[in-house]
Design a protein around this ligand. Structure first.
Ligand SMILES: [Cu+2]
Length: 326
């Protein structure tokens, strides 16, 4: 039985398509997706895996078939037929990749926009100061100026508010500093300083990031987010964690001798655990407590030393002021 080659080509094409579609959904190459934004990134990645795997099967398949079918026959010492080119074929194999690349480009741009990558005003007044100062003309020029407060050097870079959340403040705001070789997290609302990032599940988080020394890159694979941190500039990441768990925070920019050890953790807590962590650490980070630890009570005048205990002693500060050292 001889199958016409056009039908054979069709069958092979259907086979490659089905296998590629299956592989695109079952490649298992990505870690768990722990943010609302990750699903869209994964959709793009799956699509690219589908197309790439199809191309691998097609190219390698043709190669293998050619190796076997067109191999040199025994005692055949003649030259092969000289072929200079095939214009229609070249047009086809240029046009198809062009359409594919253009399609992926538009699709990824759309995802970038949905995630908040095109939100230049996300830094509110900070970035607006910077924008109005520079008149919108010199986006590429660094705006480092030691005479100005740091706010004036800030232009939003990174992933900001998605279009539906524009103008809204995130539920949790954390200042992130990258330095050789650690990450430091400052919680503005509670004054907590931590070496680990704690966030509540299901609430929007905004990270305002900078670097102290050299460029670092803040990367959490499970969020599908990565952003450089730059000395003298603020960059941002905004996301909503969706899965309780512990995820690595990795520096993804070669930043010095111990770059490989520049790691921390993001702990996504249940709301109750997060509240408990805040309560515990707000005490530990309270500034007045640090002062109390640093001060030697013996060097304080009696009045100042006793002032915090006035209530317990049942007297007021005026009385304490009248106490004299014997
Ligand atoms: Cu680093």
């Amino acid at each position: 039985m001889i199958i016409p080659s056009s039908i054979l080509t069709l069958l092979v094409g259907i086979g490659i398509t089905l296998v590629s579609l299956w592989y695109g959904q079952n490649h298992n190459l990505l870690p768990v997706a722990a943010s609302a934004e990750a699903a869209e990134v994964d959709g793009l990645f799956d699509l690219m895996m589908t197309i790439s795997f199809g191309l691998v099967l097609l190219v390698e398949g043709v190669l293998l078939v050619s190796l076997i079918k067109f191999r040199r026959q025994k005692d055949d010492t003649t030259d092969a037929a000289p072929i200079h080119g095939n214009i229609p074929l070249e047009i086809v194999w240029t046009a198809i990749p062009a359409v594919v690349v253009l399609g992926i480009g538009i699709y990824s741009f759309e995802i970038y926009n949905n995630m908040g990558g095109l939100d230049p005003m996300a830094m509110s007044q900070h970035s607006m100061h910077a924008h109005s100062k520079m008149n919108g003309s010199a986006m590429a020029a660094p705006l480092i100026d030691d005479q100005q407060p740091p706010e004036f050097t800030q232009i939003a870079l990174g992933i900001g508010a998605s279009p539906d959340k524009e103008g809204k403040v995130a539920a949790v705001n954390v200042d992130v500093t990258g330095l050789q070789f650690a990450w430091i997290f400052n919680y503005k609302e509670t004054g907590i300083t931590s070496g680990e990032l704690h966030v509540p599940v299901g609430q929007e988080v905004q990270l305002n990031m900078t670097a102290q020394d050299v460029i670092h890159a803040f990367w959490i694979p499970q969020l599908r987010l990565k952003q450089d941190t730059i000395p003298g500039r603020i960059t941002e990441l905004r996301f909503t964690p969706t899965k309780v768990g512990t995820y690595p925070v990795v520096c993804a920019e070669l930043c010095g001798g111990y770059h490989g050890a520049m790691r921390s953790q993001m702990i996504v807590d249940t709301p109750e655990d997060y509240a408990a962590w805040v309560a515990e650490n707000a005490v530990a980070s309270a500034t007045n407590l640090q002062q109390a630890i640093a001060v030697n009570p013996a060097e304080l005048p009696d009045g100042e030393f006793l002032a915090p205990y006035a209530d317990e002693m049942g007297i007021n500060s005026d009385v304490i002021g009248q106490i004299h050292h014997q």
